[in-house]
Design a protein around this ligand. Structure first.
Ligand code: FMN
Length: 150
């Protein structure tokens, strides 16, 4: 199936994670396009069956560039799904609303959620990603695989 991964990444941590996810999804036989939120217009997203949006938090919210991008996206494929990834300092924080905000925007769009969003912890503002992030992404890829078989 066709998968678009669209990311925002200030210091490269989210990008690194999405490049890893791209590799494993390709190995599973999917056609994957990886794009920065800055390299594509939200109104001309390439059609896909699954969209993966990944972005960091800033001051408790999802970073502005991704919020604006999601606000403007137009999904043409009626049966498209999405999955969210959020890089953050403290995945357990109830004050940070990054994932929730992204979901709220997408609720108004013509797209449904494939599985719960994934929070990936960074050790400090500039990273690195916490050890074991690859395993979490392996599991996400596995979830994608099994959801598709249903
Ligand atoms: C100005 C600024 C504000 C930030 N605010 C938050 C925050 O509220 N919550 C949080 O978890 N991380 C916050 N961070 C850290 C980001 O989560 C972290 O820089 C990002 O996840 C790193 O991923 P990236 O390299 O893909 O950008 C902030 C970072 C910056 C630069």
């Amino acid at each position: 199936m066709n998968i678009d991964i669209i990311y925002e990444s200030k210091y490269g941590n989210g990008k690194k994670a999405m490049m890893y996810l791209e590799t494993i999804l390709r190995k599973k036989g999917h056609s994957v396009q990886l794009m920065s939120v800055h390299d594509i217009k939200p109104q001309s997203l390439p059609e896909a069956d699954l969209y993966i949006f990944s972005a960091p938090n800033a001051f408790g919210k999802i970073v502005r560039s991704m919020r604006k991008f999601l606000d403007k996206i137009e999904i043409k494929n009626q049966s498209a799904h999405y999955i969210l990834v959020n890089t953050c300092l403290n995945p357990a924080s109830s004050q940070d609303k990054g994932l929730e905000q992204m979901e709220e925007i997408l609720r108004k769009k013509n797209i449904s959620k494939l599985s719960e969003g994934l929070k990936l912890k960074v050790i400090a503002i500039k990273g690195p990603l916490e050890s074991g992030y690859e395993k979490k992404l392996d599991e996400l890829a596995q979830t994608i695989q099994s959801s598709l078989k249903k």
